[in-house]
Structures are given as structure tokens and as C-alpha cells.
Design a binder for this molecule. Structure first.
Ligand code: ADP
Ligand code: MG
Length: 714
């Protein structure tokens, strides 16, 4: 056989979603069974290929010839769907392998999700499949479907709907059940999926396999991911960057806002970055919109597929109720969008229809001189849509005359003008049935919850912001040689302050000049060289809070004071209940002229990779947890934007008559720390730089303390 290397093998996901022959192991006519629903759904949604039901007890199933064993089918099927009791799983998979199957969908559950025994069985199944070059989707999954190809390989009860809407949203979900909840929510709103893939236990094929497929799928215009945890963040990143390069919006829903990072809280960094934050930060760096509600996420993905990035970040609001419009105005000002400001044309238009002058796009059709006149309402909404500051139009429809016209107007604007036009039905049953029926025909969704509308607007505007920021803000490279040299001497565990600062210095972060002194004479000598006043700090491995232990002596003016400080530090460490052994005193320059203190941190997250964070130092980081977190590395510009978005930013920006701090110097430190973290990867588990003393604008910033956790593997 000759192979042409230029023609890539189709991916397992592609093979599965474009199957032309399918064996269903555990097929049945009983829709109470997984295998029964699966084959029923496959036929119900018009599968055009060959179906091989496998069932030793039947001659035919749903009109198709049944085979007692997969070994009996006339030619190897593209895909085998396996829905057998768990005790038969290995034998069934062995049968698939022997029959030459390349991909198996394993619906069967009771595997790794149930405990050690199940996990062992699952591992055995994967090992057997891998050895034979067969890929597995699942186990414990609800299969996958491809609407345009007419391939529905899912046992979900939701697949009993009459017909799958053709749609532009592609879904990959780690949860089968949630995927079906998303599906039905979308279906009811008239939104269809191009393809949907559930990954189940991800024993073999994983989320990124689905993600990669959807990125390349011409029928998918926006991607929706339901993520519980990432197996390989580098692969996820590559898929996301590819989606971005292709202009396909991606929405991710992350399960569990629990704080995994707090498990190892040797540093603030660890306690401040849960896995949700780490995931969000990673997504932000990749231009992925994150939300925490699966069903709303469907609307977000649909809106992004439909409209992409809005032309502006202003939102125009119209309602039949002044109250509703006013409430929306308040909510809008809390989001990443604002009440749209109107230009002269729209202002003149409103002047014709309203008794009061209006400069923002927020109107109540009930207050119009010609209340609820369809032609006027259309004119207003179209005028709004054409305004430069209007990125989206939100209509809150309370019970009012001419509701049908409004629905049509909004649909026209949303479909023909390319401006997101969201209609929220607050007229309940007066129009609900009509709206749902319409949506199924037109595929144009309407909403019933204002909260959903705000989240959709947020997603659209977040995506817009990603587009504006551009793909790769140049981050440059870490000084790898210097960092590796400094890292080579370190051993696992908590680093001492000078060791942690050594890494910082290697990354080009300005640190206090300092000397570690094993005895008092060396300390005196060092203090003279550095110049008074100096600072003395005890160095002992494992000592975390130095001030609390009484081993930080600031502003030491002379030799006599150096001697007494050295003795006090030595005593304090000896008294300290810690096992920590005194390694000497660090004599450092006294950093003067600071106008603000900052906290800069870095952390490695096994699921999401390196991250960096920044906040105001001291009590602000401890009490207020006001920090910004981003996936590393970040450019200095991005670091600056992080600092500027802190609640405590006024502390750096000359609040209450203080001098403005050197934010550029701080941003540069954040940038360098991020390069350090990205270069070191899992070697640098956690790093706190606290504080960075930031001087007045133009005068720089200096790291005066650091601690780190080095290379503790999972
Ligand atoms: P720790 O955080 O372990 O208690 P630090 O080294 O951060 O110890 O010292 C405590 C505080 O002392 C710092 O937050 C900072 O305000 C101040 N400080 C420490 N080192 C210096 C220095 N070299 N120059 C000026 N102030 C310093
Ligand atoms: Mg400190």
C-alpha cells in the first residue's frame, strides 16, 4: 500500500462526525435503553449511511438487519457506538478492534467516575484500544451529532425532537447532561447546533479534539465549550489561537468556581487564584469569552456567530415602559457597555417624537407623541441601529399594542443591518407561543430574561474588546540563559528571600542591592559598602512572615545599630518555634522615596499553565483581595492595563494629593515576572513579590521582598 503523506488522515472526530457506516453494539428497539435510543435517533435524523445493529437476539432492528456480533458485519464500520452494560465493555471493545473499527463511541458508564475499580477498567479499555490504533470517545458520554451531515450518534432523549435546526454554533462539552440541557434551551429558542460533541470521561479523545474539529468545521461559525478541567493547556491554547486567527468566536463555560489554588496556600498568589480565575485568565489571553451559565452561554455563542464583534460598545434601549427602560439604564452602566450616546441625526429624530430632549438612546414608546405607532417605532429603532455609538439594540417588550410589528422590526434590524438586536419578552403569555413558533421558523431567538440579555451583551462586548486589543500583544522573550543559571542552584521547597530575588534579578527585575552575611562583621562591612541607612533581615529557610518573627530591621543608621540588629535577628530566629536554621542576615539598601507599594505574584497551575498577578501591596492584597490575574506572559502594555483596572488604582494615580507613582516601571516588573513565570513553567510553583516599592513617576520601582515555592511536583 502506498501512502501519500500530503493527504492527512481525517481526525478521529472527523471520522466520527462524518460516519458513513455505524455499528450499534447494544442496539435495541426499546427506547428505554441507551442502545435503543441511539439507533432510533440515528435513523430518526435521517442517517444516509449503513447501519449495523449488533444484537444476538434479533434478526432485524427498526427494519435493519441485525448481526449477532460485530465480527459478523460485512465490512468494518467507520464508527462503533457501544452501549453495553459495563461488564461487557472490554469484550465489546475487543470485538471492535478485531473488526477493524477506528473510532468507538462509548456510552457505557460506571467507569472512572465511580472510583478506583471503574478507573482501572477504563484504563484497560483505553490501553487495548490504543494498542490497536482505535480511538475512544467517552466513556460515560452522550455521543455526538453533526446536523448538516445527518449523523446523530447520541442516546440523548432530547434527540427525539422532530428535526434538528441547522445552526452555526458548534459545541464541545465535558458534560453530557449539561450539553443536552443547553441543546434543548437552544432548540426552544430556535437556535441550532452545527455539531455537538460530548466528551464524557475523556479517557482518550478529549475536549481539545472536539475543539480542534469545530475550529476547522466549515459549518461552525462560533464555538461553545463546556469545560470542567483542561488536560493539555498548550493544545487548548493552539486550538484557541487558530479559532482566533480564523475569526471564529469562542465562548467557554467553566464549571465550579471552587478555589483549588487555596489548597497550597504558602503564598498570597495561591490563595488568590482559584482554578476559575486561572481558567478565565487563560481564556482572556486567548480571546475566549467566559461565562458561568451553560444555558445563557448558548445565547452568547449564537449571538457571536450571528453578529461577531459589535461596531461600538454603546447599547440603545427601547421599551413600552419607562420603568423598564430606566432599570435597564442602571444595569447597563454596570457592565462592559454603556447607554449609547446619540449623534445629531438621532437627537433630531427624537425631538420630533418626544416632548423632552434626549441625548442618550433610551426611550419609552409609550411616552411618544404618537405612542406605539409601528412606523415611528421602526424609524426610531433603525435610526438607533445606524448611530455610530450604538453597538447593540435592546428592546424590552412589556404588554403593549403592536407587539407583532416590534418583533418583526427587531428581527429585520438584527438580520439585515448586522446590528445585534435583542428582544426580551416581558409580555409573557401574550406573545410567548407566537415567539417560540416564529423562532423555530426564522431561527432568530428572543429572550425572556433580562439577565440573559445583559450576559449576551457582555459577551458581544467582551469579544469586541478582544478584537480591538489585537491578537498578540508582543511579549518578547525571557532572558533564558540568566534565569536558568540562577535556577540551577535551587532545590525544591520554599526558597529564601535572596534565592527568590536571584530569580527576579535574572529576569531583569530591579531588586534591592544586598549581601547575605553569615556573621556580624560581614554585616558591618556590607552595610558600609551599601551605604547607610540599611535594612537587615534574617534569612532562614521556611521562615515565611519575617516581620511577624521580628527579623526585619529597617532604617539602620550606623555600625552600632547594625551590630545590635544582627544580634536581635539571630536571637529571634533561635527563639522561633520554626525548625528554620539561621543562614545569616541579609543586608540591603533601604528603599526610599516610595509613593506606593505593590504586590506582584506568579503561579503555575497544572491545568492552565503560568499566570501573573498584580495588586496594591500590604493590607490591600491581604484584606481586599484586589488583584488582577492574567495568563503569562503579558506585554508591558497589558500589565499596565491590569494595573489601571485595579480598584486601588487611585493609590498609584495620585489620589489625595500624593505624587503619581511610576506605573510604567511597575508594569515593566509585572511583564518581566510574567516572562520569568512563563519560562520556568512548573518549576516556579508560586512567587510573591511583596512589596514592590514604587517611586514617583519616572523614578522607577524596586522589589524589596520575595518568596517562592520551587518545583514541587503533583
Ligand atoms: P515580610 O513580608 O516577610 O514580613 P518584608 O521584607 O516584606 O518581610 O519586610 C516587611 C516590610 O518592611 C515591607 O513590607 C516593607 O514595607 C518594609 N521593607 C522591607 N525591606 C525594605 C527595604 N529594603 N527598604 C524599605 N522598606 C523595606
Ligand atoms: Mg513582604
Amino acid at each position: 500500500m502506498t501512502t501519500n503523506p500530503s493527504v492527512a488522515e481525517p481526525s478521529a472526530m472527523h471520522r466520527l462526525l462524518h460516519a458513513r457506516s455505524v455499528a450499534v453494539i447494544g442496539a435495541s428497539e426499546d427506547r428505554g435503553k441507551f442502545g435503543g435510543r441511539l439507533i432510533h435517533n440515528l435513523l430518526h435524523h435521517g442517517f444516509q449511511g449503513t447501519v449495523y445493529p449488533i444484537n444476538p437476539k434479533r434478526d432485524t432492528i427498526l427494519g435493519h438487519r441485525a448481526y449477532p456480533d460485530i465480527a459478523d458485519v460485512p465490512s468494518p464500520p467507520d464508527v462503533a457506538a457501544v452501549a453495553v452494560p459495563v461488564q461487557h465493555l472490554l469484550a465489546s471493545l475487543q470485538g471492535c478492534v478485531d473488526a477493524g473499527v477506528k473510532v468507538a463511541i462509548v456510552i457505557t458508564g460506571q467507569l472512572a467516575e465511580t472510583g478506583v475499580e471503574g478507573a482501572k477498567l477504563q484504563d484497560d479499555a483505553v490501553a487495548m484500544a490504543r494498542a490497536a490504533g482505535m480511538r475512544i470517545l467517552g466513556p460515560n458520554c452522550l455521543g455526538a451529532f453533526n446536523t448538516p451531515a445527518g449523523v446523530c450518534l447520541s442516546p440523548s432523549v432530547t434527540m427525539s425532537v422532530d428535526k434538528l435546526h441547522k445552526g452555526r454554533v458548534g459545541v464541545a462539552s465535558q458534560s453530557g447532561a449539561l450539553q443536552t440541557a443547553m441543546f434543548i434551551r437552544a432548540f426552544d429558542a430556535g437556535i441550532g447546533f452545527s455539531s455537538a460533541i460530548t466528551l464524557g470521561n475523556q479517557a482518550d479523545l478529549e475536549l481539545s479534539d472536539g475543539f480542534e474539529y469545530l475550529v476547522d468545521d466549515p459549518d461552525t461559525e462560533a464555538i461553545l465549550l463546556y469545560v470542567e478541567g483542561l488536560k493539555d493547556h498548550e493544545r487548548f491554547k493552539r486550538a484557541a489561537l487558530r479559532a482566533r486567527a480564523m475569526g471564529k468566536p469562542v465562548v467557554a463555560v467553566k464549571a465550579g468556581r471552587t478555589d483549588a489554588g487555596a489548597a497550597m496556600a504558602n503564598s498570597h498568589t495561591a490563595s488568590l487564584t482559584g482554578s476559575f480565575e486561572a481558567f478565565s485568565a487563560l481564556c482572556e489571553s486567548l480571546g475566549i469569552v467566559v461565562t458561568d451559565q451553560p444555558d445563557t452561554a448558548v445565547f452568547c455563542a449564537d449571538a457571536l456567530a450571528r453578529w461577531g464583534a459589535p461596531k461600538a460598545s454603546g447599547v440603545a434601549v427601547a421599551s413600552g415602559s419607562g420603568g423598564a427602560a430606566a432599570l435597564a439604564a442602571d444595569a447597563i452602566d454596570d457592565g462592559n457597555f454603556h447607554a449609547a450616546r446619540l449623534g445629531p441625526r438621532a437627537i433630531a429624530h427624537l425631538a420630533e417624537h418626544l416632548p423632552v430632549r434626549k441625548e442618550t438612546a433610551n426611550v419609552d414608546f409609550g411616552a411618544y407623541l404618537r405612542a406605539f405607532d409601528p412606523a415611528v417605532m421602526r424609524d426610531t429603532l433603525e435610526t438607533f441601529a445606524d448611530e455610530p455609538d450604538v453597538g447593540a439594540v435592546l428592546l424590552i417588550m412589556t404588554p403593549q399594542p403592536a407587539m407583532e410589528s416590534l418583533v418583526e422590526i427587531m428581527r429585520d434590524i438584527g438580520s439585515m443591518r448586522g446590528v445585534p438586536a435583542l428582544l426580551c419578552n416581558k409580555a409573557g403569555s401574550m406573545v410567548r407561543d407566537q415567539l417560540e413558533a416564529d423562532a423555530r421558523v426564522t431561527g432568530y431567538p428572543t429572550y425572556t430574561s433580562l439577565d440573559d440579555c445583559y450576559r449576551v451583551l457582555e459577551a458581544l462586548m467582551a469579544y469586541r474588546q478582544f478584537q480591538e486589543e489585537g491578537l498578540t500583544q508582543e511579549t518578547g522573550d525571557a532572558p533564558a540563559g540568566a534565569i536558568d543559571a540562577s535556577a540551577s542552584a535551587l532545590s525544591p521547597g520554599l526558597l529564601t528571600e535572596p534565592e527568590a530575588k536571584g530569580l527576579l534579578a535574572a529576569a531583569g527585575v530591579p531588586v534591592t542591592s544586598e549581601v547575605i552575611c553569615p556573621d556580624v562583621d560581614a554585616a558591618v562591612q556590607a552595610a558600609r559598602e551599601i551605604g547607610f541607612p540599611v535594612v537587615l533581615k534574617g534569612v532562614a529557610r521556611g521562615l515565611i512572615h519575617k516581620s511577624d518573627a521580628g527579623v526585619v530591621k529597617l532604617n539602620i543608621p550606623d555600625v552600632a545599630a547594625v551590630r545590635s540588629a544582627f544580634a536581635q535577628i539571630q536571637d529571634a530566629i533561635a527563639d522561633n518555634a520554626l525548625e528554620a536554621a539561621f543562614e545569616g542576615s541579609l543586608v540591603t539598601e533601604m528603599a526610599v522615596g516610595g509613593v506606593a507599594e505593590a504586590f506582584v505574584g506568579a503561579a503555575w497551575d497544572p491545568q492552565h499553565g503560568p499566570g501573573v498577578l498584580v495588586g496594591a501591596g500590604g493590607v490591600f492584597v491581604e484584606v481586599m483581595k484586589d488583584v488582577k490575574f492574567a495568563a503569562a506572559p503579558v506585554s508591558a502594555a497589558k500589565a499596565r492595563a491590569m494595573i489601571e483596572s485595579l480598584q486601588t488604582f487611585p493609590l498609584f494615580d495620585g489620589a489625595r494629593g500624593r505624587p503619581k507613582a511610576d506605573v510604567a516601571a511597575l508594569a515593566d516588573i509585572v511583564h518581566r515576572v510574567s516572562l520569568l513565570a512563563a519560562h520556568l513553567g512548573p518549576r516556579l510553583r508560586e512567587l510573591d513579590v511583596n512589596p514592590v516599592i514604587v517611586r514617583a513617576a519616572g523614578e522607577g520601582a524596586l522589589a524589596v521582598d520575595a518568596r517562592a515555592v520551587w518545583t514541587i511536583m503533583e
